[in-house]
Design a binder for this molecule. Structure first.
Ligand SMILES: [Zn+2]
Length: 229
């Protein structure tokens, strides 16, 4: 909403870019135009056999997979996801979901999806944080792809340490992450888009997919905000 009152408000409490913290100008929202143009976009949507897809070869059967950004330690994407996850700026998830969703639609590789399932948080962690950091991302993807989100079918039953601090080679350390499929009928014959924030080792998405695959004739694709090189 733009109004004179709004301008006065912004004078005293200017809206800042979530990444560089410079003051946003009119027309900019959450991220400034300089930071947007500087974000490391992968273009995986268009690319068959991209790094996300190949990282799951021999582990789980995935139809299509994509990530919006490359994730670098101390990079802009880390800052952005930190703001989303730990500062509660959930509009960031919505922006990234719109961005990736548009790319997915344009790619024509994600046309036959039936629903979205987000990697769940452990109920204790959800209560502590107050929200799942992929919820708004999922809602935007659902809008763009015109498919529903299915909740409470996949649940997390044990916690582990934060994923982002590790690298791909520490996979064995994550195997204490446990998920459970509550209902193995509801996703029958469905093509599910499994979503998460960052792929580091892929162990979380692997553990979720193993549970989902207890359903007859299920197909799984993956979309995340970022992918760690
Ligand atoms: Zn900025």
């Amino acid at each position: 909403m733009i109004s004179p009152l709004n301008d006065v408000f912004n004078l005293f409490y200017p809206e800042l870019c979530s990444i560089c913290e410079n003051q946003l100008v009119k027309g900019e929202k959450i991220i400034c135009i300089h930071c947007i143009s500087d974000l490391p976009v992968t273009n995986f949507c268009k690319l068959k056999n991209n790094s996300v897809e190949s990282s799951f070869y021999g582990r789980i059967l995935i139809e299509e997979a994509t990530s919006l950004f490359y994730f670098h330690k101390k990079g802009k994407v880390q800052k952005l996801i930190h703001q989303l996850k730990y500062k509660g700026n959930q509009q960031i998830g919505a922006i990234l979901g719109d961005w990736l969703g548009e790319n997915m639609v344009l790619s024509n590789r994600f046309n036959d999806l039936d629903c979205i399932i987000a990697v769940p948080l452990h109920p204790r962690k959800l209560q502590k944080r107050g929200f799942n950091q992929v919820t708004t991302f999922g809602q935007s993807l659902a809008n763009k792809l015109e498919i529903p989100i299915v909740e409470n079918v996949l649940v997390k039953i044990s916690s582990s340490q934060t994923q982002t601090k590790k690298n791909r080679f520490d996979r064995s350390m994550h195997m204490n992450e446990k998920f459970e499929l509550v209902d193995n009928e509801i996703l029958k014959n469905k093509h599910v888009l499994l979503i998460d924030d960052i792929i580091t080792t892929g162990a979380t998405l692997e553990a979720c997919s193993i549970q989902l695959q207890q359903t007859d004739n299920i197909k799984i694709s993956i979309a995340t905000m970022a992918y760690t090189l």
